[in-house]
Design a protein around this ligand. Sequence first.
Ligand code: FE
Length: 349
Amino acid sequence: MSLQNRLLIVLSLLATLAGCSGEKGGDDTASSGQVVNLYSARHYDSDAQIYDAFTRDTGIRVRRIEAPADQLIARMKAEGAQSPADVLIIADAGSMAIAADAGLLQATPDAGLESRVAANLRDPQDRWYAVSRRARVVAYDAAKVRPEEVATYDQLASPRFRGKLCVRSSDNPYNLSLLSALIERWGADRARAWAKGVVANMARPPQGGDIDQIRAVGAGQCEVAITNSYYYLRIAGSPAAQDKALVGRVLLAWPSLDGRGAHENVSGAGVAAHAPNRANAVRFLNYLLEARAQGIFASATNEFPVVAGTPMPDRVARYAAMPVDPIPVGAYGARQAEAQRLFEEAGWR
Ligand code: FE
């Protein structure tokens, strides 16, 4: 074993201890002794609602470790067959595909799962399934921008928005998968030109997360911002007076990719290749696609459900059926390295 791998395992163990002490989900008093170990790159506190409900309904305790996708993937590689991971969950289809192609996930063919998740939102080899959907769209200053000026992704790169666009850094998986989709649809040359146009339009160097970009539009620092749909909807669902005022001034546009609809991404989940608690992992995966969990994704994180017929708050329902590019989302994985390169060439930090 290389020194680097040894180091990764030590770091992993340290992170495990840290992860356990900060554990929010699960019920330590569950008497069955059953457990499912979750490696999650989702970063939403409300996920504890799903894990707690799972434990209540099944008696299976959820132990979770949270870290960015690239760290979890490196960690599972280093742990190899000794990995305690049962389920990997990542809020990015490209990263799920990369994990699957690295041999970190096992196929879980299941007629129930396949029937609930559209074919373009799951791995063709059944190694992961989408559990929630989101679109990467645009928040805009309603006083300065007309909706028809943000109807396509091309327009974000046009001189109309020179110095007026806010967006986060290029190493973020949401941006990597967006550019991966553009490469897939447009080819590398046009995707690179788009990234250059966006860089030319930046109001400031990339900083912060998507919520920060939306707030920057509200503060007049930029006219348009690229954001995942649920961050806008989270603000829209906030009872705070300043948030209500913000969504009155800053609206959500739904750009279309060559007339197909908005760029869609998903949170995906799959059973780890060496899952020590495989049966519990499969049960957990199924649970994420059952009505209760699907409803929590919609009500608590403002994501769009994967399963049709899930009840959701009005603010989420308003966008849930909006058109999205029907591309197989796993295709983003194979393009992410190229997307990273194009971002560097474009000077997108
Ligand atoms: Fe997010």
